[in-house]
Design a binder for this molecule. Structure first.
Ligand code: ADP
Ligand code: G6P
Length: 481
């Protein structure tokens, strides 16, 4: 068994289960912040990534990707339903996102969630060399830190929660709250996007486990667990280099032409998820057209909504509602050859996303709750022209860093409408000032800085951080354009 000194454990591998026809292994980045973030730092790092390759049945044999080894985890159909679609995405996901959709508490899912977490912990234990660091990611694998500690007391265990971690009032609803809390607290360092989340964890540990805490640590069961905020980011250099490519420039010109050279373009890019506030922004746009404050002859919206978790009931309902609303808006306000909204329910290549970002006059990001929202940061990174406006929900983690965005409460429809109009009408000099301030921030706080900060906090020595590539290596899309 080949072992690594750095093991990353995340539900999803960055590949799906289809290798290329010639057997070659290629990055196929699944949409989603976690895959985007980890992909950028692990490509070129000597490490092992333990994760699910998508699909059901036996684990595919996946070749190494450069220095990165992939250790796939197989899931059965029943496990997919109970662990991934059930407990992770119908119980924890909605509850952690302020219960904007009703969480489902199905007693049948817990055992499967626990058993699958155990399988991930065993795989991590197998591939970790003595004294290795194991970095566990996100709400799917909340029991892994504790399970792994039992199997391998010699390893250093980090846990990072990409999604919000809720206040005690919400977390306390969970039927298995004590087990979930103990699971996370099996780590040596628990990282979050925001300080508030670390505070929520400490409050819960006091309440449920009789723990004691300081600003950045929790003492529980005779151990000290460190906590902290590490806001995740993007590969700024990748987005900048993509944006400068001739293919992308040509695409921008083509998109501009196809959408209407004189029109203002509103753009949104999301996984099709109820936390993203897609319905709220459609309502705002609909009302602005209805009130005559926007006209289809000079404005157009592009909504990219990549399919996500399609077998989960609440996602199916959302897709139907969104498609109905897009149809109604186009039916009412569109003209022949001139729709009010272009709706694209499909995955996009990174280069095509970069082209869309560069085409937008206003990027509209309106989640009702979001751990970070990397789309907002990608948009900023793609705008080396310092043009374009970012309308950003106050409820996205990114709002704490991108203070020069047009911040908005998406629940306040009138406020959202006014903010969209303000962003559309903003003067180029104002936009340039805002964009360059935001670009300066993310250039400094990019994904490499995030990984270095977390891993240095984990091992205190900087040894782990030094295993990360100093320079970015050519990313998937770069090699194909
Ligand atoms: P979440 O993690 O909740 O999906 P984020 O905004 O943090 O939200 O991350 C979304 C990631 O998925 C971004 O890196 C974005 O580029 C990518 N993405 C979004 N839509 C698409 C799409 N249609 N095709 C490919 N990637 C996408
Ligand atoms: C969010 C979660 C990730 C997840 C991603 C995509 O970013 O924090 O853990 O991978 O959404 O969702 P999916 O269910 O397709 O993995």
């Amino acid at each position: 068994m080949r072992q690594s000194s750095l093991v990353v454990v995340a539900n999803r591998l960055p590949l799906d289960d289809n290798a290329a026809p010639d057997g070659a292994c290629e990055w196929r980045r699944s949409p989603g912040g976690l895959a985007s973030a980890l992909h950028a730092i692990l490509e070129g790092t000597p490490a092992t990534w333990v994760g699910w390759g998508g699909g059901v049945g036996g684990a595919p044999i996946l070749p190494d990707i450069g220095t990165l080894r992939l250790r796939p985890i197989a899931l059965t159909e029943e496990e997919l339903r109970g662990y991934y679609e059930g407990f992770a995405n119908s119980t924890l996901w909605p509850l952690y996102h302020d219960a904007v959709e009703q969480p489902v508490f199905d007693r049948g899912w817990w055992e499967t969630y626990r058993a699958v977490n155990h399988r991930f912990a065993e795989a991590a234990a197998e591939v970790a060399e003595p004294g290795a660091a194991v970095w566990v990611q996100d709400y799917h694998l909340q029991l892994v830190p504790q399970l792994l500690r039992e199997l391998r007391p010699d390893v250093l265990i980090g846990f990072f929660m990409h999604v919000p971690f809720p206040p005690p009032e919400l977390f306390m609803q969970l039927p298995r709250r004590v087990e979930l809390l103990r699971g996370m607290l099996g780590a040596d360092l628990v990282g979050f996007q925001r300080e508030q989340a670390a505070h929520n964890l400490a409050q819960l540990a006091v309440k449920l486990l009789d723990a004691e805490y300081t600003a950045h640590s929790i003492r529980v069961d005779g151990r000290v667990v460190r906590t902290g905020a590490f806001p995740v980011s993007i590969d700024v250099a990748e987005m900048e280099s993509l944006s400068a490519r001739p293919y992308v420039r040509n695409q921008v010109a083509k998109l501009r032409h196809d959408l209407g050279v004189h029109k203002k373009v509103l753009l949104s890019v999301d996984r099709l998820d109820y936390t993203k506030g897609i319905e709220h922004r459609l309502t705002a746009y609909n009302e602005l057209l209805r009130d005559g404050r926007l006209k289809v002859r000079d404005t157009v919206m592009v909504q990219v909504a990549v399919p996500s978790r399609e077998r989960v009931e609440s996602y199916r309902g959302l897709k139907d509602r969104i498609e109905g609303e897009v149809g109604r808006i186009n039916g009412e306000y569109g003209r022949v050859g001139e729709p009010a909204i272009h709706y694209l329910n499909q995955p996009f290549d990174r280069a095509d996303l970069a082209a869309l970002y560069q085409t937008a006059d206003v990027m509209v990001v309106t989640p009702l709750r979001d751990g970070m929202n990397l789309v907002a940061k990608e948009f900023v990174a793609a705008r080396s022209d310092d043009a374009g406006a970012l309308v950003l929900s106050e409820f996205a983690g990114a709002a704490a860093e991108l203070e020069d965005a047009f911040l908005v409460n998406p629940h306040d429809l009138d406020g959202l409408k006014e903010t969209l109009l303000r962003a559309l009408d903003a003067k180029p000099a104002d936009l340039a000032r805002r964009m360059s301030a935001m670009r300066a921030h993310i250039t400094y706080h990019d994904i490499h800085a995030w990984a270095r900060a977390y891993l240095t906090a984990l091992d205190h020595t900087g040894r782990l951080a030094r295993t990360l590539p100093r320079q970015r290596v050519a990313a998937y899309s770069d090699r194909h354009r």
